[in-house]
Design a protein around this ligand. Structure first.
Ligand SMILES: [Zn+2]
Length: 390
């Protein structure tokens, strides 16, 4: 049995009180014990003293294949993004390109402490592309839910949806706002039959239409919703539908103010995503902080919402939005061991989740475990050379 003991860290479980000077034992990829002074026995010991231990961050919405296009669209509105990135750049991707791009994007995410990504993969253009994308995620070491972006290829969707393990499948559909309604309905039904998450971009109007058609459910994931009215938030919450906001890119690309606060006020638990990477950083610290600032400005308060709320959004709320709440998103016995060791907060004596949100950056991500495997340790990626990939 492969065992790792993280010794003496300040553990932010997210599903309960923070636990100072606490060990976390991992066996065969699963968290098997949390407590002070656990016996070392035959475990590999990682000294976590002076570090904050958190669940790995969950990016609930990213177009990972765009990693090589970073910086290309800093002033690019949607009216140019659609023809230039999706219309011109994407069709130029061979299967090999999709694989290389996905590997780069996945490793960038891991380096920044993102241990799970929902890849809204426009790059699954052919079965060969899908294979290359899946293979890249397997090689990277990250946990990934790959949203198949070519739902008309039902055979390939079924093949992807049948996967189990660290890299699994989902459906990424145009939906009733960006695409044909009848097609969207058929694709939602297909996703439901296959038992996978069905993700779609949406501004807001489609929510009521989905509700009226009896299609809202916990397996539907709606992204953005910048224009959603407060009344329609209730429909989503009642149906348990997942919502992802990508506040940094939404602001930069002119989608409008984030719906985070409207969704949270209505009882929702929005997840966070990076989204396109042509104009954004590959980490979740930025969307966490962006949301915190926006919500403090909206509330006119220096204390609400609590900063720690954003860490919850970037962990367990993200896990729920990608269909993995039972296996990741908190430091809980029985869950998979996706864990971060963060430095920079050893000066504090009390709770630290808020400070993780307010004061840290990817540079503080010192050690990363995914499924119990060390993928980054003491500030260094163990299996990939990010500069060489770039
Ligand atoms: Zn998107």
């Amino acid at each position: 049995m492969r065992k790792t003991l993280l010794k003496g860290g300040h553990v932010i479980t997210v599903d309960g009180p923070e636990r100072p000077d606490t060990d976390v034992l991992v066996a065969d990829g699963v968290i098997t014990a949390i407590g002070p002074g656990l016996p070392e026995l035959d475990a590999t010991v990682v000294d976590a003293s002076g570090y904050v231990v958190t669940p790995g961050l969950v990016d609930a919405h990213r177009h990972v294949w765009q990693a090589p296009l970073r910086g290309l669209g800093v002033d690019m509105p949607m009216s140019r993004y659609l023809p230039e990135v999706l219309g011109a750049a994407l069709p130029g991707y061979t299967a090999a390109d999709a694989g290389r791009a996905t590997l780069l994007g996945a490793v960038e995410a891991l380096d920044a402490g993102v241990t799970t990504v929902f890849d809204w993969s426009n790059a699954t253009l052919t079965p060969a592309h899908t294979d290359a994308v899946v293979d890249a995620f397997e090689r990277s070491g990250i946990r990934a839910v790959v949203g198949h972006g070519n739902a008309v290829d039902e055979a390939d969707v079924r093949r992807l949806a049948a996967r189990t393990g660290r890299v699994t499948g989902a459906l990424a559909i145009l939906g009733g706002e960006y695409g044909d309604w009848d097609e969207a309905v058929a694709q939602i039904r297909l996703g439901r039959e296959l038992g996978v998450v069905v993700s779609m971009h949406a501004g807001g109007p489609v929510v009521r239409r989905l509700h009226d058609a009896g299609l809202l459910g916990p397996d539907l994931q709606l992204v953005h919703l910048n224009a959603i009215p407060a009344d329609d938030v209730k429909l989503l919450v009642a149906a348990g539908a997942a919502v992802v906001v990508t506040p940094t890119v939404e602001a930069v690309m002119g989608h409008g103010p984030s719906a985070y606060g409207r969704l949270a006020d209505g009882g929702g638990r929005p997840a966070l995503g990076v989204d396109v990477v042509i104009n954004a950083t590959p980490d979740l610290f930025e969307p966490m902080r962006d949301t915190l600032r926006t919500e403090r400005l909206r509330a006119g308060s220096a204390a609400a919402p609590p900063a720690a709320t954003m860490l919850r959004a970037a962990t367990i709320d993200g896990a729920r939005a990608v269909g993995l709440a039972d296996s990741i998103g908190t430091i809980t016995v029985g869950k998979r061991a996706d864990l971060l060791l963060l430095d920079g907060l050893a000066n504090l004596t009390g709770e630290r989740a808020g400070a993780v949100v307010s004061c840290l950056t990817p540079a503080n991500v010192r050690t990363v475990l995914v499924d119990g495997h060390l993928v980054k340790h003491e500030g260094r990626l163990l299996h990939h050379d990010l500069s060489a990939l770039r």
